[in-house]
Design a protein around this ligand. Structure first.
Ligand SMILES: Nc1ncnc2c1ncn2[C@@H]1O[C@H](COP(=O)(O)OP(=O)(O)OP(=O)(O)O)[C@@H](O)[C@H]1O
Length: 225
């Protein structure tokens, strides 16, 4: 069990994560849906112990550590002059050429290409491969869909399903609702550092209903100016 208990993060005097609580069981995929600035990255940075917070983040009732987590950051950095195979060989044993071939074929990544020359989406796919080659109980994917083309999105859903079968705890953030409804067991709507609602999969149709109601209210107040 992964558990967040009453965490709060402040930048200067501003509360960016506000007394947030969450529980996720093994083999469950949790989506974090939030607008720009809602606090998604701050939440992931706190879970990964990169940001100071008040409260507790626990895995199996023990304080979580970086060693428990494979973290895909929203922006991916690689030393630019290495090749794809140089980077993947950091995560794959020398005698596992076949594994490297299969993984790069899966995402259509040229193994000899130099990272500097890769497109944005191809760098994202390489980063995803590196992340899944790290075997950890918890996976954090911050905006994994940014830059992915349509078939890579489907392949990413497949990867998430594999992590689920391996009983991993997975958190995925996105600005886009549909990406999360496809692959998550439940979705938390993060607003101003709080989950204003957690939707179960049978309630996903309500996310759009609630957003439309808010948009209509905002539209009326705008037209009354
Ligand atoms: N290092 C920092 N110092 C001060 N304020 C910060 C810092 N990092 C983030 N913030 C603020 O915290 C709030 C939440 O930011 P965060 O990056 O967590 O949101 P997000 O949901 O990931 O946004 P986006 O979807 O735009 O990436 C924002 O108001 C942001 O300006």
């Amino acid at each position: 069990m992964f558990r967040i208990q009453n965490i709060t993060v402040k930048y200067n005097a501003k509360e960016v994560i506000d007394n947030l609580n969450l529980e996720i069981n093994e083999g469950r995929i949790f989506g974090v849906l939030g607008s720009n600035g809602a606090g998604k990255t701050t939440l992931f940075e706190s879970i990964f112990q990169n940001t100071k917070y008040n409260g507790q983040i626990l895995l199996q009732n023990q304080p979580i550590s970086k060693r428990d987590i494979s973290y895909l950051e929203s922006e991916n950095y690689f030393y630019p002059y290495l090749s794809v195979s140089d980077i993947l060989s950091l995560f794959i044993n020398e005698n596992e050429d076949e594994k490297m071939k299969k993984l790069t074929n899966f995402f259509n990544i040229p193994t000899d290409a130099i990272v500097e020359k890769l497109s944005l989406g191809t760098k994202k796919k390489l980063a995803i491969l590196c992340n899944i080659l790290i075997d950890r109980p918890v996976y954090l994917f911050d905006e994994p869909f940014n830059g992915l083309d349509f078939d890579s999105v489907e392949k990413f859903y497949f990867i998430i399903d594999e992590l689920k079968k391996r009983n991993k705890i997975v958190l995925i953030s996105s600005h886009i609702m549909e990406t999360l409804t496809h692959c998550c067991d439940y979705i938390g709507h993060l607003q101003n550092g709080k989950f204003i609602k957690i939707y179960l999969s049978e309630e996903y149709h309500l996310i759009r209903t609630h957003l439309t109601e808010d948009i209509q209210k905002d539209w009326v107040s705008y037209t009354n100016i």
